[in-house]
Design a protein around this ligand. Sequence first.
Ligand code: ZN
Length: 241
Amino acid sequence: MLAVASACRTPAADVPSSSAADASWTMVHVERAQRALRAYGLALRPRTTSIAVHETTASFVAATGQEQAALRAWTTWGTVHLLHPRLWGDDGDAVRTQRLTHELCHAALLHSFADEPTAIAARVPRFFTEGACSVVAGQARVSPVEVIARAAGALPLTVDWFARDPDAAYGAAHALATLLERDYGPRAFATVMEAAARDGRAGCVERALLALTGAPSVPALWQRVVDSTVDRPVDTATPAP
Ligand SMILES: [Zn+2]
């Protein structure tokens, strides 16, 4: 069971705060999220995760240190920090479920490791976690065709892309994760994280990913996305005159 905290000044509170009723809306989405995680062989560590709903952007930034304007949420080992949905600009039942699922997936991936210091030391690459969480949450992203065009031959999976062109970065991460699920099944993300946790050293996720896929490098893995996108049969149907 998750503790729910509606946060203004003490967002990492581990127990429901006095205004927790404001955050009770999260529970239905949390239940859906946990079902989605289970379908991918992922799970949250029991009694570890709190949800802090920030009523203002200032509170969110103060708690997370993250100032990117596009951010709606930020998840650490123990806390999902959510900007209040009224500030999202794209609020709706399905969007709430997707966003909670995405964030709890981040927590579940971290919880693959024995503890928070180990998870931090592992230096999990952002392209892997964002891609996995985006696919587990069923979120729509920029198409691989557009990502490839925007990348213009560069590797759009490096962490700098998340600041330079977030849509392309998330799209690239989503495309790679989609390929992993297609070729290695829905447990692909859990399998990578389990192997990474047994390794535990910096770079362990990349090593586990390459071991699973047999690819010699991350760029070679990205090339599989490019090839499968380019090779996709073109719709040759001609419109009726
Ligand atoms: Zn994310």
